[in-house]
Design a protein around this ligand. Sequence first.
Ligand code: UDX
Length: 440
Amino acid sequence: MRVAMIGAGYVGLVSGACLANLGHTVTCIDKDTGKIAALRRGEMPIYEPGLAELVAGNVAAHRLFFTTSLAEAVKDAAAVFIAVGTPSRPADGLADLTCVYQAAREIAHTLRGYAVIVTKSTVPVGTGDEIQRIIADIRPDADLSVVSNPEFLREGAAIQDFMQPDRVVIGTDDARAREVMYELYRPLADNGTPVLLTARRGAELIKYAANAFLATKITFINEIADLCEQANADVEEVAHGIGLDHRIGPKFLSAGPGYGGSCFPKDLLALLKAGLDFGVPIRSIETIISINDQRKRAMARKVIAACGGSIRGRPIAVLGLTFKAGTDDMRESPAVAIITALQDAGARVRAYDPQGMTQARSVLNGVEFAHDPYACAQGADALVVMTEWKEFRELDLRRIRCLLKRPILVDLRNIYRPEAMAEHGFTYVSVGRPKVQSAT
Ligand code: UDX
């Protein structure tokens, strides 16, 4: 089937390459000529494990193409995906649908036969109706269906999440559109993936509700972690114990510095605002957002307390800048707010991240960047683990201990075991677990 994918970002590029890998002929479209030129040279605009190989294989198989011309790509497509960004509007926190509606207008001008227009972008409930109206206004003659097909891709695991999804959600009541969409995802369905057919608005809301629930799980375990620290209990044990209940499940119960990324913060805000627009204030989400926002400065206070109450003029090493491991994405990373709070308290911050430093340089001020974790730790008064990169779990801790001016390690991702840290002579502080004083 011929597919047009409008938007070659974190969602569009992965989704386009994966649909090509399912056997379809996909053209990814982007207005960014530099991005399209780079993709044609085989250079990836984002860091996503396995993406370069997936793209190369499907380009070589003549199933995946890149263009800046929407008209060219859309005219013969059976399915046209809208996978453009829907960031939060600074004024009111609602999803900015400018790019979505612009794509709808451009699609309208190119439609020739029946086409299925698929919103892959995360859009508020009712956006599909608006897209239908926009296109009908321009082309009353157009024969089309507008379908909601939300993505559930985690950065760093996006290809796996597309190729082995828990479910595919297809939001439309139109029989022809259901047939086209089922054909698109048939290889996954034949592999046993549940394909859920819903109304369009149901699918639009599933996306927001899923992200809001996941963020709620994270925020809940973070608050339980705070209680564990005061009650001298271990949040890892509590998370394990509740996660064994199949009604709760073990995932998204890792205590940390709070959630970040390009999705949870914007989607929860958009859901909250959409609820208000419908006259339904979602108080739980309002509270989750507030707790998560406050957590970042609380993490900075944890670092300051571990350093004896003052970090003024002192060098603090930070390992990890991206909002989580496996990505180069700095959007809404807790590291930004936490480092800013440490600088507000007078610290001199040096940082290292395996993938995020290019983006970090444009969002952090006054931070020195080190070329590896050991250079980062050299001479610092304390080391903070901000992101759970695999290479941080494999550090030579004896060497780190010698490089630090003081043996203080604050682990905001619980990647180390307190007992091991005691043996290495660290004053070890983590999240929701008992503090370990330096044995020396
Ligand atoms: C999320 C959703 O998981 C995905 O389904 C949706 O399509 C996009 O948004 P993503 O933002 O890429 O994906 O990352 P995710 O792995 O969900 O982590 C989000 C944030 O929560 C990160 O800051 C992460 O560090 C944090 N997190 C996640 C925790 O603090 N604890 C956990 O147990 C899991």
